[in-house]
Design a protein around this ligand. Structure first.
Ligand SMILES: [Zn+2]
Ligand SMILES: [Zn+2]
Length: 263
C-alpha cells in the first residue's frame, strides 16, 4: 500500500465513523441522505434494471422482446427436453447489470453485511407486489441457500441468511437456516459452462435428518442473491423435493438476462 492509498483508506475509515454506512449509496458509495429508498442514490436507483416488464413464468428471468412466449429460451429448452427445473416458480427483483453487481459484490466480498438488510427489504417489496402481504399463507418457511461452512467462516456470514432474516422479519415468517446444509465445498461457479455448473453443484445439499419432518409436505421459499444458470437453486429445490417438499419457489435479488438465442 503506498502513501496515498493508506491516506485514502484512513480517510474512509474516518468517514465510516462520522457517517454510518447507511448514509452511503450501497452501489456507488456516494453520500446520500437517509430518506433514500433502499439506500441507493438517484443515479443508481435509475440504473438498476428493476424487473417491471415481462418475466419468464418459470424462472422469473426478465424476458427480452425477442422471447416470443411466456418462457425464457433456457426454460423452453428444458421443457422441450423433459428436464424442467425442480423448483416451481422463480422471482427476481432486478436484472443483473453493473449497479446490481456492485451491490452484490459489496455484500459478498466487501464485508458490507448491512446490505443484506436492504436486499431483504427489496425481496419483500417484490413478493408482496406479486402476492399481497399474506406470504405466510403461501409458504410455511423461508430457506436461505446455504454456503459451505468454511466459506461462511471466512466471510463471517452467509449473505443469503442476512437477506432472508430481514425478509422474514418484514413478512412475519420463519427463517430456517439449519434445515438445508451444504455438505461439500464447491469451486466458484464463475467461468464455468452451464453443464459444468450443474455437475459442480450436484449432490452438495442435504436436508438435516432431524428436520425431515419439517420439509415433508411443506411449501418452501428459497432465497439467494443472484440467479444465473439456475444450477444452484435448482439443486437446492431438487434436494427439498426429494425429501417431500410439495412446493419450492425462490426469490433472488438479481437475475441474468435470457441466454442469447443463436439460431
Ligand atoms: Zn449510487
Ligand atoms: Zn426461465
Amino acid at each position: 500500500m503506498n502513501g496515498r492509498e493508506w491516506i485514502s483508506k484512513k480517510w474512509n475509515e474516518l468517514l465510516d465513523l462520522v457517517y454510518p454506512p447507511s448514509l452511503y449509496c450501497i452501489s456507488c458509495g456516494r453520500i446520500i441522505d437517509s430518506s433514500r429508498t433502499y439506500s441507493l442514490c438517484n443515479d443508481c436507483m435509475a440504473s438498476v434494471s428493476w424487473a417491471a416488464g415481462r418475466c419468464c413464468i418459470k424462472c422469473g428471468r426478465p424476458l427480452s422482446d425477442n422471447d416470443p412466449g411466456d418462457l425464457c429460451f433456457g426454460c423452453a429448452g428444458r421443457e422441450k427436453t423433459g428436464r424442467p427445473f425442480a423448483f416451481d416458480k422463480g422471482h427476481a427483483c432486478a436484472g443483473y447489470g453493473a449497479a446490481a453487481q456492485s451491490v452484490i459484490f459489496a455484500l459478498k466480498y466487501g464485508g458490507r453485511s448491512d446490505i443484506g438488510d436492504v436486499l431483504g427489504e427489496i425481496l419483500y417489496d417484490r413478493l408482496t407486489a406479486e402476492y399481497g402481504d399474506s406470504l405466510s399463507e403461501i409458504y410455511d418457511f423461508v430457506v436461505p441457500v446455504p454456503v459451505h461452512r468454511d466459506r461462511k467462516e471466512r466471510r463471517g456470514y452467509n449473505h443469503a441468511d442476512l437477506m432472508a432474516d430481514r425478509f422474514c422479519a418484514l413478512a412475519g415468517m420463519r427463517c430456517e437456516n439449519s434445515v438445508l446444509i451444504r455438505t461439500k465445498p464447491t469451486a466458484p461457479m464463475k467461468g464455468l459452462t452451464p453443464g459444468q455448473r450443474a455437475s459442480n453443484i450436484r449432490g452438495v445439499f442435504e436436508v438435516r435428518r432431524h428436520r425431515l419432518d419439517d420439509v415433508c409436505g411443506a411449501s418452501v421459499l428459497l432465497v439467494d442473491d443472484i440467479f444465473t444458470t439456475g444450477a444452484t437453486v435448482d439443486e437446492a429445490a431438487r434436494t427439498l423435493k426429494e425429501c417431500g417438499a410439495l412446493r419450492v419457489d425462490f426469490i433472488s435479488f438479481a437475475a441474468a438476462g435470457d441466454m442469447v438465442h443463436s439460431g
